[in-house]
Design a protein around this ligand. Structure first.
Ligand SMILES: Nc1nc2c(c(=O)[nH]1)N[C@H]1C(S)=C(S)[C@@H](COP(=O)(O)OP(=O)(O)OC[C@H]3O[C@@H](n4cnc5c(=O)[nH]c(N)nc54)[C@H](O)[C@@H]3O)O[C@H]1N2
Ligand SMILES: Nc1nc2c(c(=O)[nH]1)N[C@H]1C(S)=C(S)[C@@H](COP(=O)(O)OP(=O)(O)OC[C@H]3O[C@@H](n4cnc5c(=O)[nH]c(N)nc54)[C@H](O)[C@@H]3O)O[C@H]1N2
Ligand code: SF4
Ligand SMILES: [Mo]
Length: 670
């Protein structure tokens, strides 16, 4: 038996971008662990990726292209048992050769482009891998078209827009800068599940005596780490933040220079003082003492506000993040070590993707994709290509998304598994997994850059996204007239060549492919102290304080509970470690369940105005009585995706998806 260990980097949609150590026995992946030499990974990884060998070695892994054949008859209803309902799309997905699959794709995309123009094709790319080389797939579609692409961002659109509006830029304090914080506000953030490499920094801070507050309507494991847990009503954070600002103004604890580096200071002050702390507390669903605790933490400078990515997925979510930005600013916590309001790290900031022209093609709103696909005109969307995404399970109003995919003339899905989305495709192309990945990475939770290098060669018949578009480009070129510009030469190059090209900006600073192959390097362009001197890249050079009330989501009579569909340690979005639960677990306060006539362990209906799902009730007496919690990322065809209940609605800015403004009720399943 031969055993070897190899290093690579995790490409998953996760803030941590861990260094990985893979153990290979006789060509088979048997273990994945953390790289002890990576400064943030520190030798440990999450449970979902340590269980990745099961996924890598799964018999369900897709190893050959699939092509839908047989137009007549009903839909195939999926390729395995256990699925609810059939598909509207006729025919069956059957194995095909790459030549046949790529010829079919080239012929069809060129025909649709010729008949309806390139905008009739949509390229939808999501976060299955966050590798920077996926930009080459974008490049292919730009050269073929430009085709239609998505607009907005379901993940962080609301928060991104907030920080760009306030600061003129979006970046976070260095992770290691937390060592200077005297207090830390974990605001809508659950690092125990979704950002585990923040935990050692939080524990260090606690050992130094820093105070840690957790602000989240949901009880979760991170509470064990916090000095206090404050549970506002869902979406009540704008009021909580303004309440804390009111306390700071009333105490005279606002930074005396704040008026000089903030625009709209007077308006913000007037807004904060439009109520007293007690009134703000009532509207936020917390006690006045809790508002005081938040103000105390901010006044104990330096205070670092760590903002979760999930919280802004509300119709007032962008305004909430703006209120936190404002709090950090007026309390004097910007531009100093240990302070800041950290949301997103600029993970692409070091890389040069200027080969993309940024020509604006036709765009469709990502959070509204189902309706947008069904309604687009001049031209209608006839073909969709999906890279690294599972929109049928993961986008809101997934029933409409499913219908939209089933009714497109031509759908290509590139994935390593037959997902809810792939099941609706006309062609499915098998691609590499995270241990076969060959790419370049940044992180949205720290400043370290790295490369993934295949620890295993992909199985025969499996190609990377890069190889797929390179081969498809050749097939397209062979079919276009000699006078038409050829695409393939522009996409040529190995993964390593493309890494080098993307590293052009930081190469002179010592960040080369070779260097990254030796271990992660800090992004040399990332500042040590953000907004030093309190200068901001806005038009005025000053920070822009929020001063308007955000909209409140409409009430939905008959649906008294708020549905949370939060990250779970058992899954990476729709990719489960091990089998997904047969029945979606729904956690709620015992009183909430008994009011609906339900006992612990009962099967129940979870109903929204959009539809219903069968769930299993789990009592949790630490939760608020107005919430129900299910995991993010269940399977749509198994009747286990929360997104079948969630309306497709935009956040107040940034075209994010307001997943969390979902009102539901529980009812006995009879
Ligand atoms: N294990 C695991 N880790 C993941 C992922 C995964 O699927 N599984 N997904 C990855 C991805 S794509 C992303 S974007 C990140 C997401 O990372 P997070 O932002 O940490 O994830 P969420 O669980 O969506 O939300 C975080 C917390 O925000 C809270 N929250 C919701 N609404 C409110 C509110 O109104 N006020 C307050 N104060 N808090 C609120 C939720 O209750 C939750 O505890 O995680 C990444 N990491
Ligand atoms: N209800 C609810 N819904 C949510 C959220 C929520 O909190 N609640 N969170 C939202 C958020 S934050 C996000 S980011 C989205 C995530 O939504 P998606 O990005 O669609 O996430 P995944 O389910 O991980 O699907 C990614 C797919 O990519 C495939 N893949 C992996 N690596 C590669 C690769 O190298 N190439 C290709 N071609 N495919 C690959 C995987 O097998 C997987 O099927 O979900 C959103 N949906
Ligand atoms: S998913 Fe996140 S925590 Fe898990 S190994 Fe990958 S980067 Fe690390
Ligand atoms: Mo995300």
């Amino acid at each position: 038996m031969t055993t070897e260990t190899k290093r690579t980097l995790c490409n998953r949609d996760c803030p941590d971008a861990c260094g990985l150590v893979a153990t290979i026995e006789d060509g088979r992946l048997v273990r994945l662990g953390g790289d002890p030499d990576h400064p943030v990974t520190r030798g440990f990884i999450c449970s979902r990726t340590s269980r990745f060998p099961e996924r890598q070695n799964s018999p369900e892994r897709l190893l050959t292209p699939l092509l839908r054949r047989g137009g007549g008859g009903g839909g195939d209803g999926g390729t395995a048992g256990g699925f609810t309902g059939g598909l509207a799309r006729a025919g069956v997905l059957e194995p095909a050769s790459w030549d046949e699959a790529l010829s079919t794709i080239a012929d069809t995309l060129l025909r649709i482009r010729g008949e309806s123009g390139p905008a009739a094709i949509l390229h939808y790319r999501s976060g299955g891998s966050l590798g920077l080389l996926k930009a080459v797939v974008d490049y292919f579609f730009e050269l073929l078209g430009p085709v239609s692409v998505k607009r907005g961002d379901i993940c962080s659109g609301g928060g991104d827009a907030a920080q760009e509006t306030d600061f003129g830029d979006e970046e976070s304090h260095d992770l290691f800068d937390l060592a200077h914080a005297r207090s830390i506000l974990l605001w809508g953030k659950n690092p125990t599940v979704s950002n585990i490499h923040l935990l050692p920094f939080l524990r260090d801070a606690k050992r130094r005596g820093a105070c840690l507050l957790l602000i989240d309507p949901i009880h979760h494991k991170t509470e064990a780490l916090a000095d206090r847990w404050i549970a506002p009503r869902p979406g009540g954070d704008f009021h909580l933040a303004l309440g804390a600002a009111a306390v700071l103004f009333a105490r005279g604890a606002v930074d005396p220079g704040a008026a000089s580096w903030n625009d709209h200071f007077a308006e913000f002050r007037a807004l904060a003082l439009s109520r007293d702390a007690g009134a703000w507390a009532r509207e936020a669903g917390v006690s006045e003492a809790e508002v005081g605790l938040v103000a105390d933490a901010l006044a104990a400078r330096p205070c670092s506000i760590q903002v979760g990515w999930g919280m802004a997925r509300r119709t007032n979510g962008s305004a909430i993040v703006r209120a936190l930005d404002a709090l950090a600013s007026v309390s004097g916590n910007l531009g100093i070590p240990g302070g800041g309001v950290s949301y997103y790290f600029k993970r692409r900031g070091a890389y040069d993707t200027s080969f993309l022209s940024k020509r604006p093609p036709r765009t469709l709103s990502e959070p509204l994709l189902g309706q947008e696909l069904l309604n687009a005109r001049d031209p209608a969307v006839r073909a969709v290509w999906v890279t690294a995404g599972n929109p049928v399970a993961m986008l809101p109003d997934s029933t409409t998304v499913a219908r939209a995919f089933e009714s497109r003339e031509f759908v290509v899905v590139v994935d390593s598994f037959v997902t809810d989305t792939a099941r609706r495709a006309t062609v499915v192309l098998p691609t590499t997994t995270l241990v076969e990945d060959d790419d370049l990475h940044g992180a949205y939770g720290h400043h370290w850059l790295g490369v993934s290098t295949p620890v295993l060669a992909p199985p025969p018949g499996v190609l990377s996204d890069l190889e797929i578009v390179q081969r498809l480009a050749a097939a397209v070129d062979a079919r276009t007239s000699p006078s038409e510009k050829k695409i393939a030469p522009l996409l040529a190059g190995s993964a390593r060549d493309w890494k080098r090209r993307l590293l052009r900006r930081v190469e002179p600073l010592g960040v080369t492919v070779d260097a990254l192959e030796g271990g992660a390097k800090r992004n040399p362009l990332a500042p040590r102290v953000l907004f030093e001197g309190r200068r901001f890249p806005t038009d005025t050079g000053r920070m822009n304080l929020v001063h308007d009330f955000p909209p409140e989501p409409p009430e939905e009579p008959g649906f008294p509970l708020w549905l949370f569909s939060n990250s779970t340690e058992r899954a990476q979005s729709s990719q489960w470690a091990g089998a997904p639960p047969d029945l979606l677990p729904a956690a709620c306060h015992p009183a909430t369940a008994t009011t609906a006539g339900l006992a612990d362990g009962d099967e129940a209906w979870l109903e929204s105005a959009l539809g219903r799902l069968r769930v299993r009730v789990r009592f949790d007496d630490r939760q608020r009585r107005d919430v129900v919690l299910v995991p993010k990322g269940g399977h749509f065809d198994r009747g286990a995706s929360a997104n079948a209940l969630i309306r497709a609605r935009l956040t107040d800015a940034g075209e994010g998806a307001a997943y969390l403004d979902c009102r539901v009720r529980l009812a006995p399943a009879r």
